[in-house]
Ligand binder design. Structure first.
Ligand code: AMP
Ligand code: ZN
Length: 469
């Protein structure tokens, strides 16, 4: 079964297939602006993209996928933050890049193969603007800024359908335009490719054929994807807010510069809401991973909660959803441990028929993450570990890998139950199955001595910290 994913450009699900003769699938995902910690809304988008990356690797092979995700390390926000803190821009962006990497690792997101920065690709951006100037798609304003001439590109608006929505192109774009830029432009819908140096930019400027300045935001993705993935890429993704104007502008720049299709497929995931409202600093309803960890939740529970809703629908985040996610992760972990106990190393389990294979099928069907999680739990309830086959272990591991839910013993036990306690619990469970009651009683005492109690249930057990007398 091929992977099908909704394509925002053609407005329908389409199969993902590599378009280049080398068979390598080229995947570009717009990365974060590194001036503050990423919030959990940003991480919804990055976790969804991580599932796409994992699916692509399962489908085409790990060496047949090239994943590029940029870092926006120069723009109005990064420069303002550096100025407010009286620190060099590079120092501020490094701090938040490091933090972003640490959060991604905690959420078990695979690092992209290449993570280019805007400041590391000034030449490539200047070269691209140069071509756009030569081809008549861009012009230099009196102050040295360079603008893309939107009316020069017939395809403008195809992705976001600004024209079809019968909006006046100019007025639709006006709201997205910086007031300060407006005076210099020939048309209000034009957007900046190069911004001339302003006193507030401080040391943050580069020389160019049009004078000192810095690149606009949109050109960085066009230039970096071209450099690292070539003129035509297979898939370009981001959160829904990037569809317009960012991605519309990327298409205009790239297609006018290169004279060829920019991306074969576009995918946009919807926003995360908090308590029914848009997450925003002013409403004070913005969470970071650290804040949730400080409340005692594990990063894996957050990952699970972020995948619980369909990525193309808004998802309402509540702390209750994290409680439910935490207990789901524990159930998965206990089940996984039993499968491993029965069949040994998952890496050696042979593939074969198993209901758990439906989990990956659900993901391949337009990334239906809630259906995938539903299918994971319904199979888990159907197949008792003692009746499972090695193929179930294989398919279960493939499913949790695709979802990126890490069930390694070290992770769960670090956060919840110490390794020695689960080892004793597994022994006691085995003793009970063998009706070796004296051994089971002795093991219960050993577990209690470590501060835990084992609660017996019909089909298994759970572990809880022992209540203090
Ligand atoms: P930024 O660092 O602002 O460029 O955003 C990084 C990514 O997070 C982009 O793909 C945005 O579309 C996405 N994003 C921003 N806010 C949210 C949100 N509330 N829910 C989901 N994704 C978001
Ligand atoms: Zn981008």
């Amino acid at each position: 079964m091929a992977i099908k994913l909704f394509d925002s450009l053609s407005r329908q699900p389409r199969e993902l297939t590599p378009s280049h003769s080398d068979g390598v699938y080229r995947f570009y995902n717009c990365g974060p602006t590194v001036y503050a910690p990423a919030h959990i809304g940003n991480f919804r988008t990055f976790v969804v993209n991580d599932v796409i990356r994992r699916l692509l690797e399962l489908e085409f092979g790990p060496d047949r996928v090239k994943h590029v995700r940029n870092l926006t390390d120069v723009d109005d926000k990064t420069i303002r933050r550096a100025r407010e803190e009286g620190r060099p821009l590079a120092e501020v962006t490094k701090q938040w890049t490091d933090k972003f990497h640490a959060d991604c690792a905690a959420l078990n997101c695979l690092p992209p193969h290449i993570e280019p920065t805007a400041t590391g690709h000034i030449r490539e951006q200047v070269d691209m603007i140069d071509v756009l100037m030569q081809k008549g798609h861009a012009y230099r304003a009196a102050d040295g800024s360079v603008y893309f001439k939107v009316s020069s590109f017939d395809g403008y608006g195809r992705l976001s359908r600004v024209k079809e929505r019968e909006l006046q192109l100019g007025s639709a774009l006006a709201g997205k335009t910086h007031a300060a830029d407006a005076d210099e432009k020939e048309d209000v819908s034009d957007f900046a490719l190069w911004k001339s140096h302003k006193p507030d930019d401080g040391d943050n400027g580069w020389d160019s054929p049009w004078g000192r300045g810095r690149p606009g935001w949109h050109i960085e993705c066009s230039a970096m994807s071209k450099k690292h993935l070539g003129e035509t890429i297979d898939l370009h993704t981001g959160g829904v807010d990037l569809l317009f104007p960012h991605h519309e502008n990327e298409i205009a720049q790239s297609e006018c510069c290169n004279g060829t299709q920019f991306s074969k497929h576009w995918y946009h995931s919807e926003h995360l809401l908090v308590d029914g409202k848009k997450m925003s600093k002013s409403l004070g309803n913005l969470y970071t991973l650290d804040e949730l960890v400080a409340k005692g939740f594990s990063p894996m529970a957050l990952r699970y909660a972020l995948l619980a809703g369909h990525p193309r629908k808004q998802l309402n985040f509540t702390l209750d959803s994290l409680h439910a996610a935490e207990s789901a992760i524990t159930t998965l972990y206990v089940y996984f441990s039993k499968l491993v106990q029965k069949h040994g190393d998952p890496a050696r389990a042979l593939a074969g028929a198993s209901p758990f294979s439906e989990v990956v099928d659900a993901l391949k069907n337009d990334l239906n993450t809630p259906a995938a999680l539903g299918s994971l739990f319904s199979s888990l309830n159907k197949i008792k570990p003692e009746n499972s086959t090695p193929s179930d272990l294989h398919a279960f591991t493939r499913a949790t890998y695709a979802l990126g839910i890490l069930l390694k013993a070290e992770i769960r036990e670090e956060i919840t139950i110490p390794r020695e306690v689960t080892a004793l619990a597994e022994k006691r469970w085995a003793a009970k199955q063998a009706k070796d009651w004296p051994a089971a009683d002795a093991l219960r005492k050993d577990i209690a001595a470590l501060g835990w109690s084992m609660l017996d249930r019909k089909d298994g057990y759970s572990l809880e910290p022992a209540k203090k007398a």
